[in-house]
Design a protein around this ligand. Structure first.
Ligand SMILES: Cc1cc2nc3c(=O)[nH]c(=O)nc-3n(C[C@H](O)[C@H](O)[C@H](O)COP(=O)(O)OP(=O)(O)OC[C@H]3O[C@@H](n4cnc5c(N)ncnc54)[C@H](O)[C@@H]3O)c2cc1C
Ligand code: FES
Length: 256
């Protein structure tokens, strides 16, 4: 798959809540094909303290308007600077990077679990799975109701369920407390992206139920295309670069 470095114009920067922003960007050339789970490495403009690009999953893609969106959770200087960018400004993106999720086959039933910034690739997958709505269950986990992003329109592609650590929206507790985890054998595939403990908990349950499971890792990255070796993950196939061999891995390949 061809990777490109492209200058995108910022179309909008929309705050979804106090820490999460949706940034929509327009390319002036036709977009490359982007798989759910692939990411883009974004140059951070106007902040001399941030030298390296920052990786973000591609959230939504519209090939007709040549736009893509990323969901940015403010963590440090790079992400904060990005959320302050205004319409009309230019951002340099390298994309599409990495390997995406394996798409389900016809009529399979899938569960996609997202937490924190991991909701972006999971929702991208749910929207583009090609499956009927009833075959797609999405569980989104957050600390509190205010940390969930507004994704009600995703109900046209998936059944969305929520969990919160404080019980303020959906099921009280972590994602694996959701009742859907009581019958994992109903699913052909499980996908997850989010904080490491969350993905490990989902992977452990999937393994127990013997259901195929893929997770998207968010190891620290610099180059994003296999040169700096800072994103190495020990796997059953040796030490692999998450940016080129992942970020999506089958859990059987991970040493968890
Ligand atoms: C493949 C991939 C996809 C990603 N997709 C998204 C996305 O869709 N939305 C989103 O908001 N974020 C995403 N991230 C995480 C995002 O890249 C980081 O939050 C961002 O680089 C932080 O940059 P910063 O300058 O704001 O923070 P920094 O100043 O670089 O870091 C602030 C703190 O956060 C920690 N940190 C930085 N990056 C990560 C990370 N990846 N995991 C855990 N801790 C980290 C640092 O160690 C430090 O303690 C993704 C990361 C990867 C590797
Ligand atoms: S980020 Fe440089 S090799 Fe993966």
């Amino acid at each position: 798959m061809k990777k490109v470095v492209d200058q995108f114009t910022v179309v909008s920067t929309i705050p979804y809540n106090s820490t999460n922003y949706c940034i929509t960007l327009k390319s002036h050339s036709p977009l490359e094909k982007i798989e759910a789970g692939q990411f883009t490495n974004v140059e951070i403009p106007g902040n001399k303290e941030v030298f390296l690009r920052r990786p973000f999953s591609v959230f939504e893609v519209d090939y007709k308007s040549n736009t893509l969106s990323i969901l940015v959770k403010i963590l440090g200087k790079g992400s904060k600077t990005l959320t302050e960018i205004r319409p009309g400004e230019i951002l340099s993106l390298i994309y599409p990077l990495g390997k995406g999720f394996t798409l389900p086959k016809n009529n399979e039933k899938i569960m996609a679990v997202g937490g924190g910034s991991g909701v972006a690739p999971v929702l991208h997958l749910a929207r583009n799975s090609g499956l009927p709505v009833d075959n797609v269950q999405v569980i989104l986990g957050a600390r509190s109701s205010g940390d969930h992003i507004p994704v009600d329109h995703y109900n046209q592609w998936a059944n969305c369920h929520y969990t919160t650590d404080d019980g303020s929206k959906g099921i009280h507790g972590v994602v694996t407390n959701h009742p859907l985890f009581n019958n994992l054998n109903e699913f052909d595939r499980i996908y997850a992206c989010g904080p490491l403990p969350m993905m490990k908990a989902v992977a452990a349950q999937a393994k127990k139920a013997n259901v195929t499971c893929e997770v998207s890792l968010e190891n620290l990255m610099a180059c994003g295309f296999g040169v700096c070796l800072c994103c190495i993950e020990p796997t059953t196939k040796g030490n692999l670069c998450v940016c080129t061999e992942g970020p999506v891995f089958n859990i059987n390949d991970l040493k968890w």
